[in-house]
Design a protein around this ligand. Sequence first.
Ligand SMILES: [Zn+2]
Length: 314
Amino acid sequence: MIKKLYILLITIVIISHSASGQGKAVAITLDDLLVAGASGYTIEEIEDVNNQLLGHLDKLDVPVTGFVNEKSLYVKGEIDRRSEVLRAWAGRDKLSLGNHTFSHPSFHDTKLEDFKSEVLKGEIITRMILDEVEKPLQYFRFPFNSAGSDSTSKASFEKFLTEKGYTIAPMTVESSDYIFNSLYKKAKKEGDKKGMNEISKAYLHHTDTLFDFFENMALKTQGRQIPHIFLGHVNELHADIMPQLVELLKRRGYSIISMEEAMKDPVYQQKDPYVGKWGFSWMHRWNVENRIDWLRKEPEPSEKVLADFKMLNK
Ligand SMILES: [Zn+2]
């Protein structure tokens, strides 16, 4: 009897353990600080977006790495005030900053030497601010995740990054938040609460679908679940719905870890063998053999969302 009870208890423990999805982990990264599409925002608006986002992150108590385009700091008479936005990020225990180039060019369309200059020009204020709080400037993220279109310039740039003390920041899941954010901003501007709500839901649903896809892909191509690195942007959508996004990840069984913690996993020690202009997930880059098949299967936003976005950009 006792033995039976013991077996039952063990079974319950195993089931509840797997149902809670323990062991799943994801790092959240947000690009384009001070804000995506910064030239369209006033300093007051930039502060509002960041204050709201940081307020959420304080309450959620999750680590996030923000990737900076320093060009957005260089507005006459506003450099000090704009730098304070980065200081607000760097000063928080769980947050850190990385380099995303000065002005967000694609490596694919930029000469190697010019692209190197973009890295150096893009780190000056960020490095100074991180120094103040004794945090390292560790990660570099390629704009558009365009990581080199020929093997010679790719290797040469990677060598340069290593010499400068940078590690390339990969990403495994991104859910086209720029599309949803454009639609969300429009609805917000028009005071369309119903529209804002629908777009938020559609974004969260699409993100959920992508995690289904990449979890399945990790099992099939890596033989196990891996710690994911999620890429989004500092934008109005995330400033409003970050709690729902984190809730979604937790509901899926994820613990939110830092970029540094995620990068300790051996999956990120693999070389990225992809040479080309496209900015797809590192899951696809590592998957050399049947990359095209998996790329074709990756879920897209709904047709309605894509059509609305197309209309917006007409
Ligand atoms: Zn970017």
